[in-house]
Design a protein around this ligand. Structure first.
Ligand SMILES: N[C@@H](CCC(=O)N[C@@H](CS)C(=O)NCC(=O)O)C(=O)O
Length: 195
């Protein structure tokens, strides 16, 4: 049994999208969270240790962190082919995209929002938009998807930034085409309604 702790218009939308791609039964607990405008509050029903979303419970196991949940789910249901499992082609690339997003892409964009992207520590650790574009553009040149040219949870995680913040999308036709392909997926559209 999968129990998904979700708040609308938040990072947990990516898990909602994957759950719809997986076409698996799940229970959604819609949680309140503190929002940046001062609205909302921590929800006592949410088991996340920091009161955040997303969180997932599977048969008594709690998983938090978006990328960890994506990886957990695609490994749990390998027959859905939404992320290569250990020992199969593309596993290394799959892990690399997921962890690059968490360790580099999200921090780099946050540093930009905070106005510290040019700080030497931010540059040395994350670098910035140009370097993100320099990884994505060649990966998508002549390909529809990031891993094995097959849609995976890596596309969900990386593309979500540009679905939420279109102005941040690297200015290249192959990247824009990939974002459009992601947005056109029926499961993404169902997840938007479910959100
Ligand atoms: N690194 C975490 C971040 C989770 C996160 O910050 N979620 C926000 C919503 S987008 C949240 O729950 N905020 C509520 C709070 O700050 O208490 C992940 O990717 O899962």
């Amino acid at each position: 049994m999968l129990t998904f702790y979700h708040a609308p218009q938040s990072r947990s939308g990516r898990i909602m999208w994957l759950l719809h791609e997986l076409d698996v039964p799940f229970e959604t607990v819609r949680c309140d969270i503190p929002r940046q405008d001062g609205s909302g509050a921590r929800d006592p029903r949410n088991p996340h240790p920091d009161g955040k979303v997303p969180a997932l419970e599977h048969d008594g196991t709690l998983i938090t962190e978006t990328a960890a949940i994506l990886l957990y789910l695609t490994d749990l249901l390998p027959d859905r082919n939404l992320g290569p499992v250990q020992g199969t082609p593309g596993r290394g690339a799959y892990l690399t995209w997921l962890f690059w997003y968490c360790g580099v892409v999200e921090p780099a964009y946050i540093a930009e929002v905070l106005g510290v992207a040019d700080h030497p520590v931010a540059q040395a650790t994350f670098r910035g938009r140009a370097e993100i574009a320099a990884r994505l553009i060649p990966a998508l040149e002549g390909r529809d998807w990031l891993v094995n040219d097959r849609f995976s949870a890596a596309d969900i995680l990386l593309c979500s930034t540009y679905l939420y913040f279109p102005d941040a999308t690297p200015d290249h036709p192959d990247v824009r085409g990939w974002v459009e392909r992601c947005a056109a997926r029926p499961a993404y559209q169902r997840a938007l309604v479910d959100d």
